[in-house]
Design a binder for this molecule. Structure first.
Ligand code: OOB
Length: 539
């Protein structure tokens, strides 16, 4: 495991320990502690099952013993790809207690991603459902194990086919595994990066840093045992897993509800039934929920804090969600790599609408740099570089990417273009203005895709839009607006007239308008521009 893992440097590790952020405890202590403090409280709920903290603690121990009995050894990696369900949490804690290192895959990942994760991590096992959302994971497992013989253990929740049955693990009655001491500076689990360029990278999160992530996030979101958290995004993603998500909820004895169906109809009914108070959504889903408040018979009135993040949201979109879904909307700008910024409960509306929040930890260090790597004056735009008590120091087994992605003094180059407000009521808060590389080189001009998208999103006929580059013989790249209309569509000439009226800069105008029925998304639900271009150039 240690090969290819980049630990925190010892001076900073010491600083985080003495600040009290790092407690030296293994990640599964979140369950151990919750089971000791609130044994009879409901820990997790899904459509068919519920477990108290004590029950979850017991079943995690049984699964851990079964995994060890299967031959999974300490430090070995196991790909975990279960849909949102109680069994996801059981498997996560079972793996942690077996001393294995879960690789947190998302249900939307397919052979290309899973094969890559298996290759890089050297995983020995895979835990999947039999079928979910119309996809047969056993068929994928057959192909994966043929290509990756190191994947010796395939465990299936449901009808196992040729593989090992998950229910056999849950009911295991062999000897328990003794709790072994864990080095808290080593990886507890591997998250996958959220980028939309190339295959995702693996991010090792240590016991120390991830426990801190969960504890501090729950605190900053003012979570208490009276809250109920809804996992509406894929549970293996950092956002619903630990920001505060499942793990943060456990630190305060709050219940977590899983749903594999985040449609407004289903989610609103669930929110109402369980009186859910907190959830995390990507922008597109938040917008859909906000709209659905106009027609759904049951409204999600119990929500007090709804985090929205994952990609750029314009102030207009933020205002729409705030006005229509809940006044408790909060913006979050986070990454699997660590660093979290979010608006806090009670922050003024101006801050919630116009910023993506402020850092979670007083020890988060942020630097905003120009293209030469020099720090820009306070309040100006540039690339965000970060370092801190829960931010990675290197991708797992990725020397080339690491050489590019980190400054000599250990700051992670996020690739995100931001400004940190220097004064006024927004001082210290971050605005994400785009991705450094999300630009279109049209003739001699460099056009920000985000700026154009922000303009497009203000058009009343446009539901969602992505600005992408298409190859062009004369210009090098031309600007394409891929647009989902509300109903009535508009022509390119009408759209450009609208951009004129808004005073959008004249070189940042779409050359091509492509109406689409929906924009393709990544496994967590963000617009996937690579797929947008692929769809357009295919037709
Ligand atoms: C979250 O994590 P990832 O790893 O899927 O994606 C991280 C990237 C960031 O580097 C940034 O480019 C983008 O997603 N992003 C945002 C954003 N939140 C994330 N861009 C603009 N505005 C935002 N509010 O997406 C993630 C992890 C934890 C909590 C929340 C989101």
């Amino acid at each position: 495991m240690a090969r290819g893992f980049v630990p925190f440097p010892s001076d900073r590790a010491e600083e985080y320990r003495s600040a009290g952020y790092w407690t030296g405890r293994p990640l599964d202590c979140l369950l151990t502690d919750a089971a000791a403090a609130w044994p009879q409280r409901t820990a997790i709920i899904d459509a068919t099952t519920a477990y108290t903290f004590a029950e979850l603690d017991t079943v995690a121990d049984r699964v851990a013993a079964a995994l060890v009995d299967q031959g999974i050894a300490e430090g070995e990696r196991v790909l975990l790809q279960l849909p949102n369900s109680c069994q996801f949490a059981v498997a996560l804690f079972g793996l942690l207690r077996a001393g294995a290192v879960p690789v947190m895959c998302l249900p939307g990942h397919r052979t290309a991603e899973l094969g890559h994760f298996a290759e890089v991590s050297g995983a020995v096992g895979l835990i999947v459902a039999d079928r979910a959302a119309g996809f047969d994971y056993r068929e994928m497992a057959v192909a994966l194990t043929a290509d990756h013989p190191a994947l010796r253990h395939v465990i299936v929740d449901g009808d196992p086919g040729p593989f090992v049955s998950w229910s056999g693990l849950v009911d295991f009655d062999g000897p328990p595994v003794p709790r072994r001491p864990v080095d808290p500076a080593l990886p507890a689990l591997l998250l996958v990066s959220g980028g939309t360029t190339g295959l995702p990278k693996l991010i090792a999160r240590t016991h120390d840093d991830y426990v801190y992530n969960a504890v501090a996030c729950a605190q900053a979101c003012e979570m208490t045992g009276d809250d109920t958290y809804l996992v509406a995004l894929p549970a293996g993603h950092n956002f619903p897993l630990a920001c505060p998500g499942l793990l943060g909820s456990m630190t305060v004895g709050a219940t977590t509800v899983f749903t594999a169906d985040p449609s407004p109809e289903s989610a609103f009914a669930l929110i109402d039934r369980h009186r859910i108070t907190v959830t995390g959504l990507v922008n597109a889903l938040a917008k859909l929920w906000a709209q659905a408040c106009g027609w759904e018979p049951v409204l999600p009135t119990s929500l007090r804090f709804v985090q929205v993040g994952g990609s750029r949201m314009s102030p207009e979109e933020a205002r729409f969600i705030l006005d229509n879904l809940t006044p408790g909307m909060s913006q979050i700008f986070g990454m699997a790599e660590g660093m979290l910024n979010f608006t806090r409960p009670g922050d003024p509306v101006d801050v919630v609408v116009h910023t993506q929040g402020r850092p979670m930890s007083p020890h988060d260090e942020m630097r905003v740099a120009d293209e030469n790597g020099n720090e820009v004056p306070a309040g100006e735009e540039g690339e965000l570089l970060v370092r801190g008590p829960y931010t990675l120091n290197g991708y797992y087994r990725a020397d080339d990417a690491n050489a590019r992605s980190f400054s000599p003094d250990g700051f992670y180059r996020t690739g995100d273009r931001v400004r940190i407000f220097a004064d006024g009521p927004r001082a210290g808060y971050v605005e994400v203005t785009g991705r450094i590389k999300d630009v279109i080189h049209r003739g001699g001009e460099t056009v920000s895709a985000t700026d154009l998208e922000d303009h497009l999103h203000t058009h009343p006929a446009i539901y969602s839009a992505a600005a992408v580059a298409l190859p062009d013989d004369y210009l090098g790249e031309k600007i394409c607006a891929a647009v989902v209309f509300h109903g009535r569509s508009v022509t390119l000439a009408e759209l450009n007239g609208f951009l004129d009226e808004r005073g959008a800069s004249t070189h940042a105008r779409p050359d091509v308008l492509v109406p689409m029925t929906s924009l393709p998304t990544t496994a967590v639900g963000k617009v996937d521009k690579k797929k947008v271009v692929a769809q357009i150039t295919m037709t």
